[in-house]
Every structure is written in structure tokens, then in C-alpha cells.
Design a protein around this ligand. Structure first.
Ligand SMILES: Cc1cc2nc3c(=O)[nH]c(=O)nc-3n(C[C@H](O)[C@H](O)[C@H](O)COP(=O)(O)OP(=O)(O)OC[C@H]3O[C@@H](n4cnc5c(N)ncnc54)[C@H](O)[C@@H]3O)c2cc1C
Length: 447
């Protein structure tokens, strides 16, 4: 197995191109968009992303961690902004570990550059994949008025949520697929640095203005500005569909995110001109076909962005696949791809479930006193018994525990904490040894 064809030079595709190139494969990448280094990078797509432990593990696996560390901004916790403008900081993790914000375009350009620098990797832009023929292992592209067909030993669908490669699989019998839009969408607004170049918000935090049905989120950029994203339902009085003009946007901010208005001098203009985007979850099974084609990233499991794990999970797909190749070699691709599907379909499904769950947590529960109490109790138990209690958020963002195992453990924690929060006078006694002992007892009972 020597020739690898990757469809899509987004985050997962360009990372895989580099990592496979380093292993000595002959890699061709074909991407429908123009070269991101020469044009304005995909307008309407999220501007920055959170890199978590899984992303770092993938970068470290390929030996490019240091190159990526140069272009990130760390966040050590969530800073919650309430309706009155009060702010509270919640550290993510007792060891003071951070998640990292990164510009999507910087990361994509860096990965494309790294891949292209390898002599055995070629990247072609403006090449749209039309179809894949599994019987011959051939993908067909249109490049302007021309057409191009490429045969390869392995075709990788890294072509995102609207994947053409997955589209070809969907025509096959017994290929399972679902797509569900949620009733909320998002709009981004840029929060610039202050005139003197300093950040207008605490640069060490991910900022959230939770308002039950909707929220504003702020993620730092390397220039001390922040990307603000409003996630909100499309319908209802303050639904995104009913707020088309800049004046509507300002009225909305005045009611719900008042303290953010002075941070965004051109709020009305941005609100009116920036696109409103929809959010969908995609699941499918299997993640490979015919022993010669596989799906990675959003092509396999696009999800809503509320855990900030879509890219991290996509990079993890690639890392897990490469480790399977390390272990088994490439002489029996059928077996490697079977195992890939076996490992990654449950992980992809759990990633989607966890992302939906975190939507509720971020917009709703972080503003809820009993949620905050639960976090305090969990942090105390984790601090005193790190071998027994790892909160779900920590498992997802700061470990490589498979998403489906993290999800199952998180559900066990829910059952335990429901009993703990029902203890009489828990608000006053949460810090007591007695409560801690009860958590430990329930952990054993519900093992
Ligand atoms: C608002 C928002 C915020 C997000 N925040 C985070 C975050 O904080 N952390 C995180 O981990 N994830 C985040 N995500 C998710 C993340 O963006 C995706 O999971 C990630 O981009 C998936 O990478 P990918 O390479 O699979 O797909 P993409 O990045 O979408 O790349 C797919 C590529 O394929 C190309 N392509 C598509 N069709 C074809 C075709 N027919 N022929 C050739 N090329 C084609 C596309 O042009 C594109 O370049 C966020 C998503 C959104 C919407």
C-alpha cells in the first residue's frame, strides 16, 4: 500500500497528509477551495478553535507540537458574565492545566505548509471531488473545466460535513447515516484588543455569558482580541431569524449582553454583515468501505461545537488510524479499516452526544447555583482522590480516554451527584468530610 489520496485539505486532511507523508507514503491531497495562503480564508467558518489534549497528542505523535504551540493562546478556566455584569472565574482543572485557543486559518495554513514541504506529498487546490468509484479505488474531480481521475490504494474522505466521499458511501446498501440540525445557530462578532493593544477581557479565560436558551462565548486570539460567538435559537422573539439588522443586534445585546457592548465598537455593522450559520450533527456507520476508502473528521461525525472537540476528535481519528498502521502494517488494509471503524464509530457517536450535552451545560447550567455547587464538590473530591474521580469535562478535554468511556463515566457521576445534591442542607455542608465520604461510598456502590 503506497498511494494515498486525501480528499479535503481542511484540518484533519492536512494533518493526515503530513503524518502519512512522514511515514513514507505517496500522498496526494485535493481540496475544493483555493490555497488558504493566497486568499481570504473560508468566510463564514468559525474563526478560532480550542485545542485540547487529544489535539496535542495528535500533534505530538506527528512531531509538530512545538510548531503549533507558537500559535496558541491558553485559557485556564471559564469566566462567567451574569446579566448584571458580575464576573466569576471557574478554573477548569485543579492542576491549573489549560485548553488553547487557535486561529483556524493559521492552523490550516501551518499544516498545509508542513505537508507540502515533504517531497512525497502534493496538494492541489480548486479541485472538487465529484464521486468515488470503490470498485477501482478511483476518485473523480473537476478542476475548472477539466476533469481528473486518481486511483489510489487508500482514499481518505477528509471533506467535512458535506463529504462527497461519504455521499458515495451513502449510495451503498447497508451504509447507515443520519443528519440532524439543532434549532439553534450562531453568529460571530469580533472583540478587538484595546487601543493600547491590551486585551479587553481576562485573556486567561474562555468567557461565557450564559442566558438559559442562548449564550455569548468569547475565545482569545493571539492579537489580544477575542472572537465572540452568539449561539441562539432561530425562532422566538430574540431568535436569530428575527434579528436581521444591526439595530436588532444592538437591542438584543442591550437586553442580554450589556457589558459586552463597549467591547465591540462596530457591533451593529458586524451583526448585520456577519453570516448566521446553522449547526448539525452527523453520524454514520461504518467509517470505511470496500477495503480502500475511509472517512475521518467531520465527514464521519460532524457535531455541534459546544465541547470544542470536533477538530480534536478529528485529529484523534487520524492518530488512532496511524497507530493501527504502526501496529498491524498495511498489508491487510481490510483488517486495519475494520478495527478503525470498530474503535471510532462509538467514539464519534459519543462525541456528538457529549457536544449536545455541553450545549445545555454551557448555556444553562453554568448559571445554575446547584450546578456550581456540584462543580465545587467534584473539584474537592478530585483534589483529594484524583485516582477515583475525574470529572467528565477533565476526561474529555485533558485525557485521551475514549469519548464513549468518558460519556459512560460521566453518566455514573450524574447518578452519584444527583444523590449528593439531594442531601438535606447540602449548600452548607458541601465542604464536610461526611459528604466526601458519601461520594466515595456511592462510587463503590455504583461501580
Ligand atoms: C462555530 C464552530 C466552532 C468550532 N469550535 C471548535 C473548537 O473549539 N474545537 C474543536 O476541536 N472543533 C471546533 N469546531 C469543529 C471543527 O471546526 C471541525 O470539527 C473540524 O474543522 C473538522 O475538520 P475536517 O478537516 O474534518 O473538516 P473541515 O475543516 O471542514 O475540512 C474539510 C475540507 O474539505 C474540503 N472539501 C469539502 N468538500 C470537498 C470536495 N467535494 N472536494 C474537495 N474538497 C472538499 C473543504 O473545503 C475543507 O477544506 C467548531 C466548529 C464550528 C462550526
Amino acid at each position: 500500500m503506497k498511494k494515498v489520496l486525501i480528499v479535503g485539505a481542511g484540518l484533519a486532511g492536512s494533518y493526515m497528509a503530513y503524518a502519512m507523508g512522514k511515514k513514507g507514503y505517496e500522498v496526494s491531497v485535493l481540496e475544493k477551495r483555493p490555497d488558504p495562503r493566497k486568499t481570504n480564508y473560508g468566510s463564514g467558518r468559525s474563526i478560532n478553535l480550542v485545542v485540547s489534549h487529544r489535539g496535542w497528542t495528535a500533534f505530538a505523535y506527528a512531531g509538530i507540537e512545538e510548531a503549533i504551540r507558537k500559535i496558541v493562546v491558553p485559557a485556564y478556566g471559564r469566566q462567567i458574565h451574569d446579566l448584571e455584569g458580575n464576573e466569576t472565574f471557574f478554573q477548569y482543572n485543579i492542576e491549573g492545566k489549560a485548553i488553547h485557543s487557535i486561529s483556524r486559518s493559521e492552523l490550516n495554513k501551518t499544516l498545509v505548509e508542513l505537508a507540502e514541504a515533504l517531497p512525497n506529498v502534493s496538494v492541489t487546490f480548486d479541485a472538487f471531488c465529484e464521486h468515488v468509484d470503490f470498485s477501482t479505488g478511483t476518485a473523480h474531480f473537476s478542476i475548472g473545466q477539466e476533469t481528473l481521475s486518481i486511483q489510489a490504494d487508500l482514499i481518505v474522505g477528509a471533506d467535512g460535513a458535506g463529504s462527497a466521499v461519504r455521499g458515495a458511501m451513502m449510495k451503498q446498501p447497508r451504509f447507515n447515516y443520519s443528519q440532524d440540525f439543532i434549532d439553534s445557530g450562531y453568529k460571530e462578532v469580533h472583540i478587538p484588543a484595546a487601543e493600547d493593544g491590551s486585551p479587553q477581557l481576562n485573556i486567561d479565560a474562555l468567557h461565557i455569558w450564559p442566558r438559559r436558551e442562548f449564550m455569548l462565548m468569547g475565545l482569545a486570539n493571539t492579537d489580544n482580541g477575542f472572537t465572540g460567538t452568539v449561539f441562539a435559537p432561530f425562532d422566538g422573539e430574540y431568535g436569530l431569524d428575527h434579528l436581521p439588522t444591526g439595530k436588532d443586534g444592538l437591542r438584543y445585546f442591550e437586553k442580554y449582553f450589556k457589558d459586552a457592548i463597549p467591547l465591540i465598537p462596530d457591533l451593529e455593522e458586524q451583526w448585520e454583515n456577519n453570516p448566521t450559520s446553522a449547526l448539525a450533527c452527523i453520524r454514520c456507520n461504518p467509517y470505511h468501505w470496500a477495503g480502500n476508502t475511509m472517512l475521518i473528521g467531520d465527514a464521519a461525525h460532524a457535531t455541534v461545537p459546544f465541547y470544542g472537540e470536533g477538530m480534536n476528535g478529528s485529529l484523534e481519528d487520524v492518530r488512532v488510524f496511524l497507530e493501527l498502521l504502526d501496529e498491524h502494517g498495511d498489508s491487510d488494509m481490510n483488517a486495519v479499516l475494520d478495527r478503525y471503524t470498530e474503535l471510532r464509530v462509538p467514539a464519534g457517536n459519543a462525541l456528538v452526544d457529549l457536544s449536545l450535552r455541553n450545549f445545555i451545560e454551557m448555556r444553562d447550567l453554568v448559571a445554575d447555583p446547584s450546578f456550581q455547587l456540584r462543580k465545587r464538590i467534584e473539584q474537592k473530591v478530585q483534589k483529594n482522590h484524583p485516582d477515583k474521580w475525574t470529572p467528565l469535562y477533565t476526561q474529555v478535554k485533558f485525557t485521551n480516554i475514549p469519548y464513549h468511556d468518558a460519556k459512560a463515566e460521566g453518566e455514573r457521576h450524574d447518578r452519584i451527584m444527583a444523590q449528593i445534591l439531594a442531601i438535606d442542607g447540602i449548600e452548607e455542608r458541601w465542604d464536610s468530610d461526611e459528604v466526601e465520604q458519601e461520594v466515595l461510598r456511592l462510587l463503590t456502590e455504583m461501580a
